[in-house]
Write a protein that binds this ligand. Structure first.
Ligand code: THU
Length: 160
């Protein structure tokens, strides 16, 4: 028998520890929460990605009365970014959320499994890691690669 341990390495930064680009991404993700369409959950999620060409693309959750037809902020944003710039790698993905009372969450918000899978695909697609920033008013989590959020995730190598 063998034990395999896969762990996630998280850096927690306070607001004042964020560099200029990181601050910009947090602001963009927070701002995007105000454009989300979440009439059912009233949970407003915003995402901002920094592309290799310096461009920042934002998106948010888009809900639907047929619940599974809606889409999370992370996938909305990644699909939009990848559809506009199919050849430009995604460097950083930042997400922020406001709860049902309209306040930014204290705890960093955690992407769902399907969004992690799409992040992983995007990493593979461009052959470069995506740094993930999970914003909370109590601090922002930094994870260096989406792969760390989905340690034994399915990828294209499994198809062979
Ligand atoms: N949601 C996101 O957009 N991203 C996450 O990381 C978690 C959840 C959305 C989906 C749904 O519109 C609402 O938040 C409540 O689950």
């Amino acid at each position: 028998m063998k034990e395999i341990v896969k762990s996630v390495h998280i850096i927690l930064k306070e607001e004042k520890e964020l560099n200029e680009v990181e601050q910009k991404l947090v602001e963009a993700a927070k701002d995007a929460t105000f454009r989300s369409y979440a009439p059912y959950s009233h949970f407003h999620v915003g995402a901002a990605v920094l592309l290799d060409n310096g461009e920042i693309i934002t998106g948010n959750n888009q809900e639907n009365c047929a619940f599974p037809s809606g889409l999370c902020a992370e996938r909305t944003t990644l699909f939009y970014a990848n559809s506009r710039y199919p050849d430009v790698p995604v460097r950083i993905l930042c997400i922020a959320a406001r709860d049902t009372l309209g306040n930014f969450t204290k705890e960093p918000i955690s992407p769902c499994g399907a969004c992690r899978q799409v992040m992983l695909e995007t990493e593979h697609r461009f052959g470069s890691p995506i740094q993930v920033m999970l914003y909370g008013t109590g601090g922002t989590y930094f994870v260096n690669s989406a792969r760390e959020l989905l340690p034994i995730g399915f990828d294209k190598n499994n198809l062979i």
